[in-house]
Design a protein around this ligand. Sequence first.
Ligand SMILES: NC(=O)c1ccc[n+]([C@@H]2O[C@H](COP(=O)([O-])OP(=O)(O)OC[C@H]3O[C@@H](n4cnc5c(N)ncnc54)[C@H](O)[C@@H]3O)[C@@H](O)[C@H]2O)c1
Ligand SMILES: [Zn+2]
Length: 398
Amino acid sequence: LVRQGIGMKTSKGVYNQSFSVSYDYPVHFTRDVFSPANPSLKNAVCRLNENRRHRVMVFVDAGVEEATPGLVVRINRYFRKHSDAMLLETEPELVPGGEKAKNNRDAAEKVMESIADHRLCRQSCVIAVGGGSALDIIGLAASLVHRGLRLIRIPTTVLSQDDSGVGVKNGIDAYGMKNFAGTFAPPFAVVIDFDFLKTLDHDYWVGGIAEAFKVAIIKDAGFFRYLLKNAGKLARRDEKAIEQVVRRSAIIHLDHIRTNGDPFEFGSARPLDFGHWCAHKLEILSGYEIGHGQAVAIGIALDSYYAFRRWLLTKRELDAILVAMKTVGLPIYSSLLERKSTDGMPKVIRGLKEFQEHLGGRLTITLPDGIGRKVEIHEIKPQFVLDGIRFLKTWNIT
Ligand SMILES: NC(=O)c1ccc[n+]([C@@H]2O[C@H](COP(=O)([O-])OP(=O)(O)OC[C@H]3O[C@@H](n4cnc5c(N)ncnc54)[C@H](O)[C@@H]3O)[C@@H](O)[C@H]2O)c1
Ligand SMILES: [Zn+2]
């Protein structure tokens, strides 16, 4: 759908082109997505009522396949059952999962090659089943082929369900920088199946909750209270509690993308990256040994301390954030924060510059302004960061 814009001729011979494109996509919440009786995925593929048989390819995170015996058989069976509406072009293909698979372009190229081999057209569907890394790889490939095929994401980790999988970005790491090569490409649909979370490693299970803390702290005080109250349950993998967290966090992310006026991040501010300038640097410094969610939790802790020093959070609010994250099982400190560059400053501070380079324009960091509200600042005092690192190293629930 393209809304007609207004082109204006000016006297200096410049014709100003202007149009906007609107996007919409459903996000289904379900369980047992590949049960033949579950209509979610079929409805997602057929959502435009085009009255034709849709050509489909499925790519599956190899880690998910390994953890879910019989998954490929079930996917095949699902498409056989619905073969009047969808044509599965070939057996589901495996894609390597995990952050390391994003470090080079091999996996994305292989997905593109495979789509080329099967001659999918722009109106065919690529279905991506996996964690945030596999979804980023498959999504990037799908957005490049013919300048963009229809992508349906089936996220399988807490992080990809409550954050990345419902968003509009793809990307892989390159030249030592996270997400250096990527695209903005909204999905055709998203299907969130809570059952996948059962087999997830505990670190990833907990890690994904960091992104929920991120949006709760800057956007929704009620959600933060829920996280604080249910932190113990979440640490014990309570299914009802994680379902609530995934739903609320995914919807806050979706609302933000829809209403903040900058879904493709043309401006310098990026509120959903609260805590991320430090997180991205920590991930790289650790050689990706620290997971994204754990790095985000440390970044949130450091930026929350900073907000406290700027009188934006009270000590009580800061402590509540740290207590809740610790109780869930998230880290708030890493010795990597103290690793020094030749100038004697912690290396992590270099992350600020890289963050600014990635976004362009003026340095803009989002901080909480009380819990549930946010503010943007344009300068970070290194001394407060140093104090924050020392504070977090010895912080204890008192
Ligand atoms: N595109 C975006 O907007 C965006 C936003 C946030 C994060 N991300 C990216 O997401 C990535 C992190 O994603 P993640 O936390 O989902 O982890 P992940 O995708 O790296 O997966 C972690 C591991 O768990 C395995 N796995 C996935 N689902 C499983 C399941 N259900 N059962 C058992 N094992 C399973 C994977 O194979 C992998 O080994 C990072 O690269 C981050 O940059 C992208
Ligand atoms: Zn993140």
